[in-house]
Design a protein around this ligand. Structure first.
Ligand code: AMP
Ligand code: ZN
Length: 462
């Protein structure tokens, strides 16, 4: 059984997809006017964990991540550089895909771009106009919130109070201050489309309604984003979509808390941000960044600091060294240690049930660390054998499909070199440094350089 906290009900609910065995999921993607910062990547890492866990649980995941390539910021950027809009955004789309790969984020099934789905947005707006949920004013088209009584059900705001305080003003062209733009009529902007509903460009919210429903259907399973997306973006998506179709838009809404810096949201406008590139240039390991962003529960705010990143880097090194150590054990003959057999089973159950409980990553990781302690003990007391090691590596590879944190794809050494490394480790432990040095040289002659770290011996091919 899997449960997720649904922002809509503010409760943990049992997860049941519409179609058995398949999960349809939509993720609000980047606005491509600049490099994404690691605050954005906290949201994408959370969504990646969700995606990977659902696959681990046996579901086929059909996922959409939109690319917002038209909005005030992309337009301003293209004007400033005096280039076509698509040329300006292409650079940031490519950078985003590279960053995703670097952080081992799984690709979505579809990455639709707003500028390539104008037709779908226009058609949705036409339906809203026809049904009386939208109106035109001075060339722009707005959603009439008063026509959608359940507006506010996601954010749980009391809009009557908010509105009465703001609608007296005459400065708004709309019927009501809270109404939002579906279509922005163009006066003298260089980027626009000539359509049946006029000359202009789409509002931001309509993009996600049109593209999610195009690829996932009128009702789908999961919609995600950061908490800042709940209002107004996701509230507006619900209003537009449900008004147009008369059906429930999304069954489960999952939102992650923010990445903070000194207690404040990391954001472009505050200037308190790091891009992934900033951190890579400082020499940090991308897997440590992934680990740090993933290691706190997604609904808890996470404070970023370089100190915590350094700690994450140590943990990741520790995990790599552990993986190598188990690989070395592939050369040890003998019967399997029954303690390890049992603790593998326990760990496997604990890992799954922790993540099935609203992605409780801390408990999932704790179960892995417990297993590691048992394995190290077994290794050090000479009980661990190749038969255990094979099963352990299989298990680590499997959980790595969810965590994507172990360096499993790394080239493996041949068994004879691993045997030599193990013999050298034993010699060192027995303080037989002469033998250890001789073995180190023998290994070096085979092209493998050894480095002794507090986490164990690591090897590098020369
Ligand atoms: P944006 O490009 O601003 O639309 O943001 C893209 C995604 O990143 C959205 O899901 C936001 O909710 C999320 N996001 C932005 N800043 C942060 C932050 N500091 N922590 C976590 N998520 C964030
Ligand atoms: Zn969106």
């Amino acid at each position: 059984m899997i449960v997720f906290f649904n922002t809509l009900s503010r409760k943990k609910e049992i997860f049941k997809p519409i179609e058995e065995g398949v999960v349809k999921m939509y993720t609000c993607g980047p606005t491509v006017y600049d490099f994404a910062h690691i605050g954005n990547f906290r949201a994408y890492v959370f969504e990646d964990l969700l995606h990977r866990f659902l696959e681990y649980a046996g579901y086929r995941v059909i996922r959409v991540m939109n690319i917002t390539d038209i909005d005030d910021k992309t337009i301003a950027g293209a004007i400033k550089e005096n280039v076509p809009l698509h040329q300006y955004t292409e650079k940031y789309i490519n950078a985003f895909i590279q960053d995703m790969e670097c952080l081992r984020l799984k690709k979505a099934t579809y990455f639709p771009r707003a500028t390539q789905h104008i037709k779908e947005m226009v058609s949705l707006i036409k339906t809203l106009l026809l049904k009386g949920y939208a109106y035109e004013k001075d060339g722009s088209i707005y959603f009439r919130i008063s026509s959608f009584p359940s507006y506010g059900k996601l954010s749980h705001y009391d809009f009557d109070k908010i509105v009465s305080a703001r609608t007296d003003s005459d400065e708004y062209e709309k019927e009501q201050a809270r109404d939002f733009a579906l279509w922005k009529g163009t006066k003298d902007e260089p980027f626009f489309w000539n359509t049946e509903i006029g000359k202009g460009r789409p509002g931001w919210h309509i993009e996600c309604s049109a593209m999610s429903m195009k690829y996932l259907g009128e009702t789908f399973d999961i919609h995600t984003g950061g908490v800042d997306n709940i209002f107004p973006h996701h509230e507006n998506e619900i209003a537009q979509s449900e008004a147009a179709t008369g059906k429930k838009f999304v069954n489960y809404w999952l939102h992650c808390a923010h990445l903070l810096v000194n207690g404040e949201k990391m954001s472009k406008s505050k200037g308190n941000f790091y891009t992934l590139r900033d951190l890579l240039n400082k020499g940090y390991d991308p897997l440590a960044i992934r680990y740090l962003l993933m290691s706190a529960h997604y609904r808890d705010p996470l404070n970023f600091s370089e100190k915590s990143l350094k700690q994450a880097e140590n943990t990741v090194k520790h995990l790599h060294a552990f993986y190598q150590r188990v690989s070395f054990a592939l050369t040890i003959k003998g019967e399997p240690d029954p303690v390890i057999e049992k603790s593998l089973q326990t760990s496997s159950n604990e890992f799954f049930s922790a993540l099935a409980d609203d992605l409780n990553i801390s408990a999932a990781i704790a179960s892995i660390f417990k297993l590691m302690r048992n394995i190290n003990e077994s290794f050090e007391s000479g009980r661990l054998t190749a038969k255990n090691a094979e099963k352990i590596l299989k298990f680590l590879n499997r959980i790595n499909e969810v965590l994507a944190i172990f360096e499993t794809s790394r080239e493996q050494l041949s068994l004879d070199i691993m045997q030599l490394i193990r013999e050298r480790e034993r010699a060192r432990k027995e303080k037989n440094y002469q033998l250890a040095d001789r073995l180190r040289k023998e290994i070096a002659d085979k092209g493998i350089f050894l480095e002794d770290t507090p986490y164990g011996t690591r090897w590098i091919r020369k």
